[in-house]
Design a protein around this ligand. Structure first.
Ligand code: ADP
Length: 338
């Protein structure tokens, strides 16, 4: 806990961008200004702190951004900040600029960076969960997750039309290197027949058996939603001779075995873009105001989150210490309804 009222705050967005980051910047800025604090925004994540690249933020600087995707402060991955010397430089700059609180909006890497910075700087750091992956522990949802779900669901609705028309199998790869939250949410939202997530083992043979059984009952199209982590980790081919590392090859393997026309669609970066969904705007706005009020109470080294409909502050280290678990009931829902 800090022992004096902050006067100046800094904001940065870091790592993978997520829709709703702008709404968070706006909420932090406007709440802080209302409390009589001055606000600066650092450009390109930690790079802006290391290189003193920043701008003063006024009420008007954040006008008309609540609905915009991306981040007006830009985002980046900063290798220099990964080193103690880089963080020392950042800490010197924060002292020189008179920043008392740094708000970091980003994913687990960015929040690790925020805590690492505290070894060099005695200001306050407060994290906001900004990632489409929803993989930060301690918060039920992260800023950007709802928009990514909507974007992917709308894209797969279109894929479904052509899957039905041509009686095809479509393997749709969505983001999620380590976590299946997007794949599972999207799979339920678009009524996918199968969902493959990194958290659960998966066997190609049984997947193919299920596809063939479903064909036998007259179902002609099939959507398989696969989190990228599943294919990046590798899937053993049916004869076990090779490991398949991309969705197109996996679709070919399914086609070879079933004789059914199978295609892969990789949704890629469209999942990061677009205007934030209403829920992301609400979450970002709520967490932004809450984070500033927490800072004024002297909180530090925490992430502002939401759990069971309640706002909460989670020690930063707890947000990545354990892998956030997928809800078994939602997996059950997907199996039941497919
Ligand atoms: P995300 O926040 O989306 O998970 P990254 O993992 O790429 O994205 O992290 C974003 C940035 O946060 C990195 O480029 C680096 O500047 C900083 N960062 C990540 N991990 C650490 C760490 N362990 N120590 C210090 N800084 C880190």
């Amino acid at each position: 806990m800090a022992d004096r009222r902050p006067r100046k705050v800094g904001i940065l967005t870091s790592g993978g961008d997520a829709p709703g980051m702008n709404a968070a910047i706006r909420a932090i800025t406007r709440t802080a200004l209302k409390e009589g604090l001055s606000v600066i925004g650092f450009y390109r994540g930690y790079e802006g702190v290391v290189n003193k690249h920043y701008t003063e933020l006024e009420r008007k600087s954040v006008a008309n951004i609540v609905q915009r995707g991306g981040t007006i402060l830009r985002s980046a991955r900063c290798a220099e900040f990964m080193t103690p010397a880089g963080r020392d430089k950042a800490a010197d700059n924060l002292r020189e600029l008179g920043v008392d609180v740094l708000f970091v909006i980003g994913g687990d890497g960015s929040l690790k960076g925020a805590l690492a910075l505290r070894e060099h700087w005695d200001g306050q750091v407060i994290g906001l969960p900004g990632t489409i992956d929803n993989d930060l522990d301690g918060t039920d949802y992260t800023i950007g997750y709802f928009t990514a779900l909507d974007t992917a669901v709308h894209a797969i609705d279109k894929v479904r039309d052509t899957a039905d028309a041509f009686e095809r199998i479509f393997l749709v790869e969505v983001m999620g290197r380590m976590a299946g939250f997007i794949a599972l949410g999207v799979g339920i939202g678009c009524g996918a027949e199968e969902v493959l997530v990194p958290e659960r083992d998966f066997e190609l043979r049984s997947l193919i058996n299920r596809i063939q059984d479903s064909r036998a009952t007259g179902k002609l199209s099939c959507i398989i939603v696969v989190a990228e982590g599943v294919v990046h980790r590798g899937v053993k081919s049916l004869d076990e001779r090779i490991t398949i590392h991309d969705s197109s090859m996996l679709a070919k393997e399914i086609q070879r075995e079933t004789g059914l026309d199978s295609r892969a669609v990789i949704l890629g970066h469209i999942q990061r873009g677009g205007n934030p969904a209403a829920l992301d705007r609400m979450l970002a706005s709520m967490l932004g105001t809450y984070a500033v009020e927490a800072a004024l109470k002297g909180e530090t080294d925490v992430m502002a989150g939401i759990h069971a409909q309640k706002r909460c502050l989670v020690p930063l280290a707890e947000t990545w210490a354990e892998r956030k678990s997928l809800d078994d009931f939602m997996l059950h829902v997907q199996h039941t309804l497919a």
